[in-house]
Design a protein around this ligand. Sequence first.
Ligand SMILES: NC(=O)c1ccc[n+]([C@@H]2O[C@H](COP(=O)([O-])OP(=O)(O)OC[C@H]3O[C@@H](n4cnc5c(N)ncnc54)[C@H](O)[C@@H]3O)[C@@H](O)[C@H]2O)c1
Length: 246
Amino acid sequence: MTKPRTAIITGAASGIGRAAVAEAIAAGWKVAALDLGLPTAPEGASAENFVALSCDVSKAEACAKAVADAAARLGSIDTLLHFAAVHSTETWDALDADIFNRTLAVNVTGSFLMAQAAAHWMKDHGGGAIVLTGSGSISVSGLGGHGRGGPAYVSSKAAIIGLTRALARSLAPFAIRVNAISPGATDTAMTAEYSPEARANVGSRTLAGRMGEPEEIARAAMFLASDDASYITGEILNANGGGSFG
Ligand SMILES: NC(=O)c1ccc[n+]([C@@H]2O[C@H](COP(=O)([O-])OP(=O)(O)OC[C@H]3O[C@@H](n4cnc5c(N)ncnc54)[C@H](O)[C@@H]3O)[C@@H](O)[C@H]2O)c1
């Protein structure tokens, strides 16, 4: 049985992040749940194992403060599960620089800033594990429209591969592992606008024949953070029901 972690979980007000908070609390972890607004506490949460934090991950000072607050309230931080992101469903001809830049600011810079802030704490406290979030959309499509991620979103998620590998090398000397989970289409608010056609397409191009459930992605991310993954760093783990067979 792997040791329970003390984790910051971002994107915790919705979808995969919210599911991860519930799974983590059920597994005996301590959790700082972070989102733009304060995430709600799951069943089993108490003042000893749960704190809710409000933070915009695209702001460096906010990330640093969130890590300091989380460590102060929970006593330690050895894990970051970073799910916070925005979607961009605009097609190539509907995109403009503002939408593109905001998508990159939250999804790429925000991933870096949260990881940087967590790493500063972990490197002085015995190391840890960071899990970022990519997306299967980088290999399957990228058109946008029908509620699906378009060029801005897909570009932001492709960047997570490079960021994960660069941080894995950068942080290895401090006993910090860095990996990413790459979900296939998962039933959350982010995919709520999928057209029936887009939903049917997911079923036909995945071996599982269906969209993922947020808990399935959350548990795969928790594995990457756990001691069971102690010899895994710099990797991108697909959790996509066999979607890579396209
Ligand atoms: N749902 C899918 O099909 C799918 C597929 C591949 C990858 N992903 C990725 O999984 C992760 C979780 O997605 P989800 O489906 O749970 O989405 P979601 O929209 O349900 O949740 C995303 C959360 O991120 C938060 N957030 C957005 N901007 C923020 C900011 N600046 N600071 C702090 N929090 C912010 C939102 O408030 C929201 O609660 C994302 O990184 C997403 O790109 C999702």
